[in-house]
Design a protein around this ligand. Structure first.
Ligand SMILES: Nc1nc2c(ncn2[C@@H]2O[C@H](COP(=O)(O)OP(=O)(O)OP(=O)(O)O)[C@@H](O)[C@H]2O)c(=O)[nH]1
Length: 623
């Protein structure tokens, strides 16, 4: 059997008499075995930034989901023009749209006569308490309810020839606190203050209790609305009640009947006498909206998490602890968006968390569904009639999903607080995950960079080696030789240094006789012999052709001929054993000097070369 699903636009469930309105409708819905979905926002006319975020939930209401819709004036006031109203509510319900507290052309309305309650209140203050001096705080001048209350109050007072002090107020607590401060300061001979609603009366009482307790007995205070907090304040507030059960019953009569001719039903409000008017305190049951005991499981301390699993585990604990019937978290399939006047509800959503009646419903997790269905079909359209509450999930003005509570059980205050935590924590988790993946991406890029860097370094060192090495022999070339000698000079100041100029004998002959490659072979053998004989600290370089220079940083009295002899011996051995048709021999010239900053390498090499030249000349002369 498909149950009817009713929609309710509701502004701030924990304020004014909204919770009682909701409770009465919920009770009727349960009796009629219908689903009820409350879309909780604020006043639709509000220009307030935060209100606009919350009001996005009203856009979730659609005729695919809702059969009949109830729209109270606290959510959609009369200042929301008739044409705007018709436009907005065109496709929000399959069947009827019923306005609460206001009359709209073409719609059923269920209203309250404010005058009866206001008159009864003043009559009580006059007859029972014999007050004579009244202050009347007037509500907003352009508001229908406020005007009805004000006029009825004045009318009764005038009938007793009492002229009250009238102060202009509003529906806002902050204005009420401003006024009560003025009253305390300036007017000490008044007996009763009549506020336009409970919210303002409670703010005044709360101010007196906390900041001006000496005025507690000074004057009586009354409100209007019989709001949820009327019984939580001390003294309990004398006020006027809306007959919510009757209104709800009438609403369901309208819903269930076929007659669709718009009707207008007005119910009388009536005074509820408690203690703030000066009467004796008497007890009543309170509604489960606010927690009055101190918590050991503070939500803000126990719902912190940086990943979804951790958060959902903690959330399950919190929901169980708070005895909340159900909670479903849905994220839009498309990514978060900044709310604008033109923003539409994203088409698809994904269920990420489902808890109801103490169990997790993981079989529905990650299920994508059309957002206009509010939740995956099988999840809530069960045998039992459900009462759900839907709220948007956002941070600043970035909307990323919505939350739905099953409000069969649980306190509204807890549900509000949990919603805030869910929105904030999911936002933080999202930021954290983004940060993590950015960090991972950065680490990956850094590793890539390190690899590139390493291969550049490798390339560099091989380039450096290439640029400083003689390709054919593997010893230093001229550039490499100079660089290393410069480095040695800068490190070895104070020592002496010897440059040895070496030249192969008769290379031209080898080339000419045995070919260029034999010449190359001879040059390579010389290079390897030099490298072998001269120690690591000595520097061997090929200057070109068959000419080499060796730089030795040794003691002054070091005899370089020892090394030259070793080379000769090495080459002799080669000549005897190589089986080559040519012999290799070398001539050396040396030049030793002290290392100093003024040392000119070029000149020192020239000196060694000159010594070699002299030696060769002398040798040729002796032949
Ligand atoms: N195979 C070969 N020959 C080279 C290379 N570089 C220079 N030469 C040749 O080596 C010879 C060197 O000439 P010199 O040193 O003047 O002649 P030499 O025959 O060694 O004469 P002495 O030093 O007086 O004994 C020239 O014929 C160059 O062309 C090389 O890399 N490989």
């Amino acid at each position: 059997m498909t149950r009817k699903t009713l929609g309710l636009f509701i502004s701030e469930l924990t304020r004014n008499n909204n919770y009682r309105l909701f409770s009465a409708l919920k009770q009727q819905a349960q009796q009629h075995r219908m689903h009820l979905i409350a879309f909780e926002g604020r006043c639709m006319q509000s220009e307030n930034y935060a209100d606009k975020q919350l009001n996005f939930i009203y856009q979730f209401c659609n005729e695919e989901l809702i059969d009949d819709l109830i729209v109270p004036s606290s959510a959609v006031p009369l200042s929301f023009t008739q044409s705007k109203f018709e436009r907005f509510f065109k496709n929000t319900a399959k069947s009827k749209v019923i306005t609460y507290y206001t009359k709209r052309e073409g719609y059923h309305s269920v209203r309250v006569d404010n005058a009866s309650g206001s008159s009864q209140l003043v009559e009580h203050l006059l007859a029972h308490h014999q007050y004579q001096r009244f202050i009347v705080i007037r509500g907003p001048v352009n508001d229908d309810d406020a005007n009805q209350r004000f006029k009825a109050t004045i009318k009764v007072l005038e009938s007793k020839s009492i002229e009250p002090l009238v102060l202009q107020g509003s529906w806002e607590s902050k204005d009420s606190i401003r006024l009560i401060k003025t009253i305390i300061k300036q007017y000490d001979n008044y007996q009763a203050v009549i506020f336009p609603n409970d919210e303002t009366a409670i703010a005044a009482l709360d101010y007196i209790n906390n900041f001006a307790p000496q005025y507690k007995e000074f004057f009586s205070i009354v409100g209007f609305d019989n709001s949820v907090n009327a019984r939580n304040i001390s003294p309990q507030l004398t006020t006027a009640d809306h007959p919510h059960p009757d209104m709800a019953a009438k609403t369901f009569e309208l819903i269930t009947q076929d007659n669709n001719n718009p009707s207008d039903t007005i119910f009388e409000s009536k005074a509820i006498i408690r203690a703030s008017c000066g009467c004796q305190h008497h007890k009543e049951d309170t509604q489960p909206t606010r927690k009055l005991y101190t918590d050991s499981f503070y939500l803000h301390e126990n719902l912190q998490a940086l990943n979804h699993q951790d958060f959902f585990d903690k959330l399950t604990f919190a929901l169980t602890d708070r005895e909340i019937s159900g909670c479903y978290i849905n994220l839009y399939k498309t990514k978060a968006f900044e709310l604008k006047a033109t923003s539409e509800v994203p088409k698809f959503s994904k269920l990420v968390y489902a808890f109801s009646d103490g169990n997790l419903h993981n079989e529905y997790i990650d299920e994508t569904f059309a957002t206009q269905q509010l939740l995956p079909e099988g999840l809530w359209r069960t045998e039992t009639a459900k009462t759900l509450l839907a709220k948007p999930l956002y941070y600043n003005n970035e909307h990323f999903g919505f939350i739905v509570f099953d409000v069969n059980q649980g306190r509204m205050q807890d549900i509000q607080e949990i919603t805030t935590h869910v929105a904030t924590t999911l936002h933080i988790i999202n930021l954290f995950e983004r940060m993590q993946s950015t960090l991972q991406e950065n680490a990956r890029l850094m590793a890539d960079l390190a690899k590139i860097n390493q291969s550049l370094l490798n390339d560099n060192s091989s380039l450096k080696a290439i640029s400083t090495t003689d390709e054919m022999t593997g010893v230093l070339n001229r550039r490499g030789f100079y660089q290393e000698v410069e480095a040695l000079i800068s490190e070895q100041q104070g020592h002496s240094i010897t440059f040895l100029y070496a030249d192969m004998d008769r290379l031209k002959y080898v080339n000419d006789t045995f070919g260029h490659s034999a010449g190359d072979e001879a040059i390579s053998k010389i290079a390897s012999t030099l490298s072998q004989v001269f120690r690591n600290n000595d520097i061997v370089g090929r200057m070109g052709g068959d000419e080499f220079v060796i730089c030795l940083a040794r003691d002054k009295d070091f005899d370089v001929s020892i090394l030259i002899n070793r080379i000769d011996a090495e080459l002799d051995y080669y000549n005897q054993t190589s089986g080559k048709p040519f012999e290799i021999a070398m001539s050396f010239g040396s030049y030793t000097l002290d290392i100093s900053h003024e040392l000119d390498i070029e000149k020192a090499i020239e000196q060694a070369d000159a010594a070699l030249y002299e030696k060769k000349k002398a040798r040729k002369a002796t032949r």
